[in-house]
Ligand binder design. Structure first.
Ligand SMILES: Nc1ncnc2c1ncn2[C@@H]1O[C@H](COP(=O)(O)OP(=O)(O)O)[C@@H](O)[C@H]1O
Ligand SMILES: [Mg+2]
Length: 279
């Protein structure tokens, strides 16, 4: 029997995979999502979502995909890890992703074929092409320059490519080095970590999503305060700590995570970090 079944849950509540089913709508995540949807629907071009590691960017990207219905004429494409060896490799990847018929043999041909495809879809067939790039801090200057060129492509009313980049802060410096790129950003948003109240709500939300009965709690308020303090409200760290806490509950055959248990887990983490540093 899995540890979560022992606690009366149907699913694992604190897995660290970016599953939209466990997406808690914190005020920061909600705002980012709402503004993204508006920017895409208005076909405003480039949106930039920034945030530290573990703030929920990938989860947000997947939730956006699940949120905007394809029936409205939106076609989504996603690049999870934008590491390419050359401009040409990047452009042929984009061509294949978009379903461009004859991608072309040079970077110029490729770009033209993509532009033709975007025009055909956007103007003749009423389709909106949305490209989501995750781990955007890995985009090289060359790739950014190519994306900028594709973003230049527009009708009198709207941009033909909708681009959403999720990235860590370091992308900003690189973008700053490309002339006119910053001017292209139609929407930018910085994801903030969760408040203590939201940390409590996220924990409760994920437990209920995993099947915890209404009115039942597995964490004391003091434990939640300690979790928020230790994680600074970063969702990935919250999920990891909660996962360890629940495993420990089952191991010790108890039913409520209290502050003492969280403290013990944190001390254990410190010990491991020290060992790792010394080895
Ligand atoms: N809004 C949220 N609600 C619930 N869990 C979240 C939320 N945002 C992030 N998480 C959790 O945090 C972890 C890291 O999220 P992720 O999207 O991979 O962060 P990032 O891409 O910014 O590094 C995952 O376990 C994810 O489930
Ligand atoms: Mg990510």
């Amino acid at each position: 029997m899995s540890y979560y079944q022992a606690l009366g849950l149907a699913r694992e509540p604190f897995s660290t995979s970016p599953d939209p089913a466990f997406f808690f709508r914190s005020s920061s995540h909600m705002q980012a999502l709402a503004r993204l949807e508006i920017a895409i629907r208005l076909r405003r071009g480039l949106s930039l979502i920034l945030g530290d590691v573990g703030t929920g960017k990938t989860t947000l990207a997947r939730t956006l995909l699940a949120n905007v219905p394809q029936e409205d004429g939106f076609v989504f494409h996603m690049i999870l890890d934008p590491l390419f060896e050359s401009e040409y490799q990047f452009l042929t990847h984009l061509s294949r992703l978009f379903g461009v018929q004859a991608p072309g043999k040079s970077t110029l041909d490729c770009r033209e074929a993509i532009e033709h495809h975007l025009f055909q879809g956007g103007v003749m067939e009423g389709r909106t092409t949305v490209l989501i790039v995750d781990e955007g801090q890995k985009l090289s200057l060359d790739m950014l320059e190519n994306l900028r060129m594709l973003l230049n492509y527009e009708t009198n009313e709207f941009k033909l490519l909708q681009l959403v980049i999720f990235a860590q802060m370091e992308l900003l410096a690189r973008i700053g080095r490309i002339r006119n790129f910053m001017d292209r950003v139609a929407m930018r948003y910085l994801i903030n970590p969760l408040s203590e109240q939201e940390t409590a709500e996220m924990i409760q939300f994920r437990l209920h999503s995993a099947g915890l009965a209404e009115g039942r709690a597995l964490f004391t308020p003091e434990a939640i305060r300690a979790i928020h303090h230790a994680t600074q409200g970063y969702p990935r760290r919250i999920a990891l700590l909660c996962h360890n806490a629940l495993e420990s509950l089952v191991m010790h055959d108890t039913s409520l995570v209290d502050e003492g248990l969280i403290d013990a887990l944190l001390q254990d983490e410190v010990r491991w970090a020290r060992e790792a540093a010394a080895s």
